[in-house]
Write a protein that binds this ligand. Structure first.
Ligand code: HEC
Length: 103
């Protein structure tokens, strides 16, 4: 029985995508909610509405190589957050970008 629960928790871990894990580990979810804009930040849904499915554009933004397009008047708040992503590999950045865009 115990082995069964260990197996179950391993499967659960696999189901939380890598991108989602990074999003939470980096504290992005403190400001960004899935569906609801807050005074702090646009929701992932709002961001998806602007980016469509453009993963490469999202990666460029996360690398600090592209101007913000969602709430440009609050860009300074977000720009400060990008420093947290400096240690990510290209694969991790792609996983994060795909999670943000709901892929
Ligand atoms: C302190 C609150 C806060 C935190 C924490 C935060 N963000 Fe943001 N984010 C914002 C605000 C405000 C905006 C709107 C400004 C903008 O569009 O750049 C934004 C915008 C964005 C955008 C849209 C960019 C665009 O083109 O306009 C993305 C993508 C994003 N955040 C990703 C992240 C990720 C990934 C993290 C975690 C490393 C994160 N955010 C952490 C406040 C936050």
């Amino acid at each position: 029985m115990r082995k069964f629960f260990i197996l179950l928790s391993l499967v659960g871990f696999t189901f939380a995508s890598e991108g989602e894990s990074i999003f939470k580990a980096k504290g992005c979810n403190a400001c960004h909610k899935p569906d609801q804009d807050t005074p702090m930040a646009p929701s992932l849904k709002t961001i998806q509405g602007k980016y469509g499915g453009d993963v490469d554009a999202m990666i460029a933004f996360l690398k600090g190589q592209k101007e913000p397009i969602v709430w440009p008047d609050k860009a300074a708040i977000m720009k400060a957050q990008l420093a947290r992503l400096k240690d990510l590999s290209d694969d991790q950045l792609r996983a994060l970008a795909e999670y943000i865009l709901g892929k």
